[in-house]
Write a protein that binds this ligand. Structure first.
Ligand code: ADP
Ligand code: MG
Length: 350
């Protein structure tokens, strides 16, 4: 089901949590709602679910206005960070609960419970209580319970945040698989850019209640709309260095790089750490080297700003020595210093 937010606002008095959001969530897709803590992700999700009423604006499900429809009549499934399973009930009772509540016949409820338990792979744990399950297993049960009523939209609010690193990786793949198998329109809230990039069809990146960019993950990474998006995606993050753009040129240390002629004055040049490679374009003095395995993280100064580069570990790089570098594809992003707006045109995909 397609979900549309039209000029949606949530004002908590002191804070405008969601600030005139216009957004279309694609039917059948896994959409990541991404942004730093406090940017309005949960508030947006709760308005879609009906748990929170908007201050103004509309929510449409497949074109139908549901803004005034109560949560329980919207056909949504919700999963929270803290599982929120009923501790005194078994796994089976937890999964069946929404069906029992809706007075679905026992036989059918059992059959659907089994189907969901198989889907999320907890069918061998049905008699256990939540306290006898690992965090990942509890979250699987929570997902089964959210899906058992065959919701039109599945809403996940930071579902992996309470899991340890290894389980988080495993469960994000599982969420991807379950979403693919069911085809249910899913909105996945996270503050973790890597999580969002790895499993979603599309990312919506928010900052202070305002949508910054909406597109598929690779595109957001390669063509950020502004400095905030550029800095939010990627680890280690993009480097930003002040440069003077003049007559279609900028200078990085002693090296010159061509830029669009229509860009001039003091601007920010953004270069991803992995865009650096050994080459003959610019010389830097290596300040530190940190081996990370496949890559080494090298620190040096560009235009008086500390910069990180990721260079293949096979090259021997020494701290204190000069190093000749190049920028792959001359991929330098340019941003307005004040607004952070992207100034240069998109690069061609190679
Ligand atoms: N019930 C509330 N009352 C007052 N302020 C709130 C309430 N819920 C959220 N906020 C504020 O709204 C902003 C967005 O919160 P939230 O949607 O929870 O962000 P996120 O989920 O992205 O971390 C924050 O500044 C938060 O403090
Ligand atoms: Mg939140």
């Amino acid at each position: 089901m397609q979900v549309q937010l039209v000029d949606l606002v949530k004002d908590f008095g002191q804070t405008v949590a969601v600030d005139h959001v216009n957004l279309t969530i694609k039917d059948g897709a896994l959409t990541g709602l991404l942004g730093p803590s406090g940017c309005g992700k949960s508030t947006t999700l709760y308005m879609i679910s009906g748990l929170e009423q908007p201050t103004s604006g509309k929510i449409l499900f497949d074109g139908e206005d549901v803004t005034e429809v109560p949560a329980e009549e919207r056909g949504i499934g919700l999963v929270f960070q803290n599982y929120a399973l009923y501790p005194h009930m078994t796994v089976q009772q937890n999964i069946m609960f929404p069906l029992v509540n809706a007075k679905v016949k026992k036989e059918e409820a059992l059959a659907r419970c089994m189907e969901m338990a198989k889907l999320v792979k907890v069918d061998d744990l049905l008699k256990r209580k939540p306290s006898q399950l690992s965090g990942g297993q509890q979250q699987r049960v929570a997902i089964a319970r959210a899906l058992v009523k065959q919701p039109k939209v599945l809403l996940l609010d930071e579902p992996l945040s309470n899991l340890d690193a290894r389980l988080r990786l495993e469960m994000r793949e599982e969420i991807r698989r379950i979403q693919k198998e069911t085809g249910v329109t899913t909105i996945f809230v996270t503050h973790d850019q890597e999580e969002a990039m790895s499993i979603t069809d599309e990312i919506v990146l928010m900052k202070k209640g305002v949508i910054q960019q909406q597109c598929f993950p690779q595109r957001m990474y390669l063509e950020p709309a502004n400095q905030f998006v550029a800095g939010f995606l990627g680890n280690p993050p993009m480097n930003f260095v002040e440069v003077q753009a003049e007559q279609g040129m900028i200078r990085l240390n002693e090296a010159q790089y061509p830029v669009q002629e229509d860009i001039s004055g003091t601007v920010l040049a953004g270069i991803r750490p992995e865009s650096f490679t050994l080459g003959e374009e610019l010389t830097v003095l290596v300040e530190s080297v940190e081996i990370r395995g496949r890559d080494q993280l090298i620190t040096f100064t560009l235009n008086a700003t500390p910069v990180h580069a990721l260079i293949d570990s096979v090259h021997l790089v020494k701290a204190g020595a000069p190093l000749s570098l190049a920028i792959k594809g001359k991929r330098i992003y340019l941003f307005d210093k004040e607004s952070g707006r992207r100034l240069n045109k998109e690069f061609k995909y190679e």
